[in-house]
Design a protein around this ligand. Structure first.
Ligand code: CDP
Length: 223
């Protein structure tokens, strides 16, 4: 079974997806971390993250790998563990910029489809239901108001001692929402057959319950 969870920045996709995968014994695939890794690689190489030609040139040599260490997924760029670094606000914006470039997307989508080939997966991102796994048995579009999403992300960054403000986080989210929805290739949008969940007034547990209920329904249909 493939479960696709898409939605805008800070909607809680990764927290929810990780937990759903754990409860079902599925593999969780964080596609945002892959775009973040490419964004970081571009920043490290001092490349303009909006320069399509340069990004198309370097993408073939970027070596992203995922390792499971002590039951947590670690992201590597070459030999460097970048798991924490890719969560920094500067990298979020770089990720959204590089994600516009078709050559970047094609390379990462190939990796994502390969990872999903032989397992039950929960995959989260922006284009999973519409482009990466169009035949997923369950597609969720998880959203929340921009203020709620900014508040959640701000608290998350504060807990990690990242020096930022609520307004900076909110502006960053507004920028990425626009950039992600308006790009030509595989933009952020709900798939026609997705279930839209607005989590503005829902707890994490309530969202998980809703999704697990849908999984049960769909599994009955599939079997
Ligand atoms: O966690 P958050 O929602 O802030 O972002 P993320 O899921 O880690 O994704 C970071 C950026 O990668 C997004 O703003 C998108 O531009 C891009 N992305 C994408 O284009 N397609 C995906 N399937 C996943 C992420």
């Amino acid at each position: 079974m493939k479960i696709a969870i898409d939605g805008p920045a800070g909607a809680g996709k990764s927290t929810i997806s990780k937990e759903i995968a754990k409860r079902l014994g599925f593999i969780y695939i964080d596609t945002g971390a892959m775009y973040r890794s490419v964004g970081l690689a571009a920043l490290n190489a001092a490349i303009d993250t909006t320069n399509e030609d340069e990004l198309s040139r370097i993408i073939e040599d970027i070596d992203i790998s995922i390792k499971n260490i002590d039951n947590t997924q670690r992201f590597y760029l070459g030999v460097d563990d970048v798991t924490e670094k890719i969560r920094e606000p500067e990298v979020s914006v770089a990720a959204s910029n590089v994600a516009v470039v078709p050559a970047v997307r094609l390379k990462l989508v190939e990796l994502q489809r390969r990872l999903a080939e032989s397992s039950d997966v929960v995959m989260d991102g922006r284009d999973i239901g519409t482009y990466v796994l169009p035949n997923a048995e369950l597609k969720i579009f998880l959203t929340a108001s921009v203020d709620e999403r900014a508040e959640r992300r701000f608290e998350e960054l504060k807990a990690k001692n990242v020096d930022t403000t609520f307004d900076a986080v909110k502006n960053d989210i507004i920028y990425r929402d626009k950039n992600d929805s308006e790009r030509e290739f595989a933009p952020l949008k709900p798939a026609h057959d997705s279930v839209i969940i607005d989590s503005t007034d829902l707890s994490i547990e309530e969202v998980i319950d809703k999704i697990l209920g849908l999984v049960k329904e769909r599994r009955n249909v599939i079997i």
